[in-house]
Design a protein around this ligand. Structure first.
Ligand code: GLU
Length: 408
């Protein structure tokens, strides 16, 4: 199994090889500033006690407070959280927002918890970390399996402990609790702006056939957005399996089916396929929107997409990157393609600090400008350096980090 943190370090080294940065900068970025490991005791509904393992990794804050989501997943461990934190540092730098990189998590399958247990776990995570978090220190957000409701419990807990009820300690909150317009769809929306800015240069048709792996916080909105823009989503998946249509999926119907049954599988008019078969479908765009290490040395040969657009964090290993590049399959890297989420999170933080509420138009207007500008910058950097878009994105991010860290 690929260790995601090793992959992240590998990506850093590979970018540094195409455009060398000072050795001290690279050395510092290889080590997170702080790794915090917590135990979260939760009283379960039957009265028994369960102690969960939780994490917060603060990777780098040279450009602003640590920023990054909290993941609730059984596969989550310190290696994964460290990788995700490093990627957040790069991601925030790629989009030029005044934030550093951090990430949190709990090793848990939240689907096995009752609502009350989930709330006690969420409040417990915040209680254990309240002294290291804060609007000017470290600002978490949602990630895999965490929701606006969980953010609201955590914001409330932080307010009770510290008296700071501005909400600026955490983003991705519900609209009524200081959340931002557009945050729910921001990750997919940001990706769409990047796609739109680069479509022609990447040689993609006006109407693309799209495959989405993962129908969670980001993938479901991506399927919807690409459909509304006139593209054809032909296959989607979730943790229970994948479905494909011979024509086009009706995304509203898939969403309704998932809501009713808990999965996309079994949707009428579709065929059920495996995750490997989904990744191997012939299409224009493959959007991995689930977990790390999905496209690897052992299955990269089966990819028949023209372009891979990473809505998930870390879905492609460095070995697979090389194989795709050699075959002329472009990969728009996670630290650019999915950066719309943290960008709108930062807008939310700014609104909370200033006591403002921006309209959806204002939010998406600002987001579009940033995503288009950085997409073009990274595309040009890749052309100049004759390299792939991931190395180019790291190079752009490293340049800004170098500037921020020169006196530290
Ligand atoms: N979890 C998201 C990410 O990986 C969003 C982080 C945030 O909004 O801080 O980028």
């Amino acid at each position: 199994m690929n260790n995601p943190f090793d992959n992240a370090l590998n990506q850093l080294a590979r970018a540094n090889a195409v455009k060398p940065f000072p050795a001290d900068l690279i050395e510092r970025l290889k080590h997170p500033n702080r790794e915090i490991h917590i135990s979260i005791p939760v009283t379960m509904d039957d009265g028994s006690l369960c102690v969960f393992e939780g994490y917060r990794v603060e990777h780098n804050n040279a450009r602003g407070p640590y920023k990054g989501g909290i993941r609730f997943h059984l596969q989550t461990d310190i290696h994964e959280v460290k990788a995700l934190a490093l990627w957040m540092t790069m991601k925030c730098s790629v989009v030029g927002i005044p934030m550093g990189g951090g990430k949190g998590g709990v090793t848990v399958d939240p689907k096995m918890l009752s609502k009350g247990e989930l709330e006690r776990l969420s409040r417990g995570w915040m209680r254990a970390l309240a002294d290291v978090l804060g609007p000017r220190k470290d600002v978490p957000a949602p990630d895999v399996n965490t929701t606006p409701e969980i953010m609201a419990w955590m914001a409330d807990e932080f307010g009770k402990i510290t008296g700071d009820t501005s909400g600026a300690v955490i983003t991705g909150k519900p609209l009524g609790q200081g959340g931002s317009e557009g945050r729910g769809t921001a990750t997919a929306q940001g990706g769409f702006y990047v796609f739109d800015a680069l479509r022609e240069q990447l040689g993609l048709p006006i109407s693309c056939r799209v495959v989405v792996q993962g129908f969670g916080n980001a993938g479901d909105h991506a399927a919807d957005l690409w459909t509304k823009a006139g593209h054809r989503v032909i296959a989607v998946s979730d943790s229970k399996g994948a479905i494909v249509s011979d024509t086009t999926l009706d995304i509203d119907a898939v969403t309704a089916h998932k809501k009713a049954t808990g999965s996309v599988v079994g949707m009428s008019g579709t065929r059920t396929i495996t995750n490997d078969e989904l990744l191997a479908l012939e299409c224009d765009i493959l959007i991995p929107a689930a977990l790390e290490n999905q496209i690897r040395a052992d299955n990269v040969g089966s990819i028949r997409a023209k372009s891979v657009m990473e809505l998930a964090n870390g879905p492609t290993t460095p070995e697979a990157d090389d194989a795709l590049f050699a075959r002329g399959i472009s990969v728009i890297p996670d630290i650019l393609f999915n950066a719309g989420g943290v960008t709108v999170s930062t807008f939310e933080w700014e609104q909370n600090l200033k006591g403002e509420h921006w309209t959806e138009e204002q939010v998406f207007g600002k987001l579009k400008e940033i995503m288009e500008r950085e997409a073009l910058e990274i595309f040009e950097t890749a052309q100049t350096l004759k390299t792939d878009l991931r190395r180019a994105a790291f190079v752009v991010a490293l340049g800004r980090l170098q500037e921020a860290m020169q006196y530290s």
